[in-house]
Ligand binder design. Structure first.
Ligand code: HEM
Length: 90
């Protein structure tokens, strides 16, 4: 059986900004994370973390702290995989 992860497109991701009552999602290395529970705990502060909300944060994350093991830290926050537009229906 396949893993029941959500397939998330960039346009869906774009709505999950952490603002206006929405959760904050980001994509890192092709995985999509709901980072809402982590906002209050991020050592660099909530606003900094939220710069990667609603978009693919891989490059920004890597520019700042490539040594941080996000896969381990955010394992329980992983909700899906980033896919191309249209792929979510397949
Ligand atoms: C520090 C995690 C995204 C900016 C840290 C640290 C962790 C962490 C564990 C401490 C690192 C250390 O002391 O070696 C994460 C995770 C992220 C994320 C899991 C994504 C889900 C971001 C983004 C930005 C950012 C998008 C900025 C645009 C910073 C800064 C610090 C920091 C400036 C340094 C804080 C300090 O030492 O004063 N982050 N981060 N982080 N993060 Fe992030």
């Amino acid at each position: 059986a396949g893993t029941p992860y959500l397939k998330v497109t960039p346009s869906q991701l774009k709505t999950m900004t952490g603002r206006r009552g929405k959760d904050a999602w980001t994509a890192l290395g092709g995985r999509v994370y709901n980072i809402t529970p982590y906002v209050a705990f991020h050592p660099g502060g909530g606003p900094e973390l939220l710069r990667c909300a609603g978009r693919d944060g891989t490059r920004l994350f890597g520019e700042i702290h490539p040594w941080v093991n996000y896969e381990g830290m955010l394992a329980s926050c992983m909700i899906g995989m980033l896919v191309e537009e249209g792929e979510e229906r397949k």
